[in-house]
Design a protein around this ligand. Sequence first.
Ligand SMILES: Cc1cc2nc3c(=O)[nH]c(=O)nc-3n(C[C@H](O)[C@H](O)[C@H](O)COP(=O)(O)OP(=O)(O)OC[C@H]3O[C@@H](n4cnc5c(N)ncnc54)[C@H](O)[C@@H]3O)c2cc1C
Length: 247
Amino acid sequence: MKPTLNWQIASVTNIKPETAKVKSFTLTLPEWMRHRAGQHYDIRLTAQDGYQTQRSYSIASEPEREGEIDITVERINDGEVSTYLHDVLVPSDRIEVRGPIGGYFVWEAGLLPDPLLLIAGGSGVVPLMAMIRHRAAEGAQNPTALLYSSRNIEDVIYYNELEKLRAANNGLQIFHTLSRSQPPGWKGYARRIDEEMLREVASPLGEAVQVYICGPTLMVESAANSLVKIGIVSDQIRTERFGPSGG
Ligand SMILES: Cc1cc2nc3c(=O)[nH]c(=O)nc-3n(C[C@H](O)[C@H](O)[C@H](O)COP(=O)(O)OP(=O)(O)OC[C@H]3O[C@@H](n4cnc5c(N)ncnc54)[C@H](O)[C@@H]3O)c2cc1C
C-alpha cells in the first residue's frame, strides 16, 4: 500500500487538552486512508504572503477509526508550527495535511505477534499510543510493555487511558519514570531511562522482543545504545526522533 502524497484540506473537529503543554486535535479527512500505527502526517501552513512551512506529526489514533485521525502536539516555546496549532487553531478550522507517511516505524498487530517493548520520552509517546490503541482494537494479546519517561506527573500524556488499558489485563504493562519530580508516595521509576531500567523492563519480554523508541534525539540514541549493550539485536530496534532537545 503506497502512502498518498497529495495534500488535502482537513477539518479540525475536536481539540482536547491533554496536559498544560499538550493538546490533541481530531482532523476529519476528505481522503482518509487507513494508516499503519506509527505513521505520521505532514502539516503545512501558508501565510498570507505565500510563505510556507511544514512539520510532521505522528498519528495518535488507531487505524480502525475511519474518516479521521488524532494528532497530539506539544507546544514548543517559540516554535513556529506547534504554537500556531495550540494558540490559533479552533474547531471547524481547516488545515492542509498530507499522509499517512512512513513505512519503517510501524507496527501491525497481525503481522508482528512477537512481544513488544515501547519506549517513549515526552511527546514521543504519540506513535506508540497509536500502536497500543491498535493492539487493543485488534484484541492482540502479545506481551507488551511501555516504558514512558516524563519530567513530572503533570506532563504524562494519556495517563488515564493508559491506566484503563493496563487494567483491561490483556498483557499490557506500563512503566512510568519521572525524571524531575515525583508526587508523594510515587512507586514508579524516578530517573532518566538507563541501562538498568531497560534491563528490568526488557528481560521478561524475551529475546524475540520488537522494540520501538520515540522521543527527543538524545534520549532515543541513549536508549537504543543501552538496549544493544544488554543484548537486544539492533535489527529488532526501530527508532523515531522528534527533535533536538534532550527532554
Ligand atoms: C516523524 C516525526 C513525527 C513527529 N510527531 C510529533 C508528535 O506527534 N507530536 C509533537 O509534538 N511533535 C512531533 N514531532 C515534532 C514536530 O515535527 C515539530 O518538530 C515540533 O512540533 C516543533 O515544531 P515548531 O515549528 O513548533 O518548532 P520550530 O520552530 O521548528 O523550533 C523552535 C525551537 O524549538 C526546538 N525544537 C524543535 N522541535 C523540538 C522538540 N520536539 N522538542 C524540543 N525542542 C524542539 C528547535 O530546535 C528550535 O530551537 C515529530 C517529528 C517528526 C520528525
